[in-house]
Design a protein around this ligand. Sequence first.
Ligand code: ARG
Length: 560
Amino acid sequence: MKEIIADTLYVQLEEKLDKSQIEQLIEIPPDEQMGDFAFPCFSLARIYKKNPAEIAGQLSETLKLPDLFEKVIPVSGYLNFFLNKRILAKQVLGVCQSDTYGSKNLKKNIVVEFASPNTNKPLHLGHLRNISIGESISRLFSFCGNKVNRTSINNDRGVHICKSMLAYDLLSEGKTPENTGKKSDHFVGDYYVLFSKKASEDESWNEKAQEMLRKWETADEHTVRLWKTMNKWALEGFAQTYRLFGIGFDKEYFESDIYKSGKEIVNEGLEKKVFYKRDDGAVVVNLEHQKLGNKVLLRPDGTSVYIVQDLYLAVLKDREFNYDKSIYVVGNEQEYHFAVLIAIFKLLGYPVANKMKHLSYGMVELPEGKMKSREGTVVDADDLIEETKRLASEELKQRYELSENDLEERSLKIALSAIKYQLLKIDISKNMLFDPKKAISFEGDTGPYLLYSYARASSILRKTESKKDAVFSDLNIHETRLVRKISFFPDTITSAFERLSPSVIANYAFDLAQIFNEFYHACKVIGSDSEGFRIELVKGFRSVLKKCLWLLGIEEIEEM
Ligand code: ARG
């Protein structure tokens, strides 16, 4: 709809502003009394050398309004547009149930990288934010008509990996995940914790871990065997968690496969004199001119630092997927890392430099004291899902009689909706607080509330066989609001896509559900005079909410 207004204004303004510029200026007024859309005339003041109020006044008289709009009113420098609700209802309800409503046809080839764990410990709450964002962004890209390739890099080499290996090697006494009955990635993580404890008591453990890394890099047989065993445990555990969370990858990469090829790019940089060798033998890149300092790539002993694998990986992904854009969903503590990575590619003259984007997100914190699992410092992803599921199941048991199976299935879906929605509703750039008790509530701004609203709409539709025609007479305030909100879905997608921001969709979905519930309480659907129309409205709502849920990676429930 912003596009329709922009088209109209574009003609009237004699092409003095771009269509896209106009579209971006269009706002949705905070109060619907002030209109459905507003165009601020302030930026026109310079062009026309008149004051904004005057411009708005003149435009309002000369604009050729499309049928969809009832009127336009100038108010202190703004043009306020009012939709014709009856025409809107007819148009929107005619299209909003189609699969393509709100979608685009962009046809680009996109690589999205997310999850990307280290194989020394299990996934934690931060990974769940990462994965929720990665999956949601991937779905948004494909909803907009792009081809999406989901990838993850398993960082499975380096001194941090050797730490859990070392502790296991010296202290395991033959224990395995199988004979202890532990989930295999948790088992590995326990040895990482054990290492930290030992190293805090005795410095030499850190040196021994370095020693182990050197052995690993020279393919020492015992070390490599140990690494293979433990790495497999870690990866198997991750795969279980991914499955539980409902995600998967088109391609998983492994640092152990690619880090050597990264060294070749480092050598190329040395030859091109883009990198230099320091007196101690370390290979360094000077990025002072970009205010990124000097960055070591190879240590004096020839081992590579974390960024080297990313040099090769970016190129490898380009070769394998021939991407138009490569998105990295990685926490904001790695902003420097990605700035350096892209800067290096610019220096080397690699085209990938212009196609990579770091989608940075903030930390997740917990309300003090709650749910600190295991040895204390982080919240384990599996524990969190399990605990949230338990809360959901308690809630369900209070409300309904369900079979064991139904209870199990529904409480998992509700728990995942709670976690995903809570993690996605906050702007990704911001740090956030995660409160499991709040997330699981069936009321308020939560995933379960969305599921509940969806199930309510489904239940209305189950009860009706009505074939009554929808009659578009005058709409009451609740009908109007719902139609209007449904009509904003395509614009919502546009803005979520432009900002790569799942929270835009999450917040829209919550508002939509609220408006629907107000409608539901105020307006009888079945058996009312407007039955035909209202049923169409409920169907439209349900279909749009379903799309929102899908875009958030949330599975709907027909009955709650
Ligand atoms: N494994 C890293 C970590 O846990 C994240 C990797 C991000 N992706 C990348 N291509 N560097 O911190």
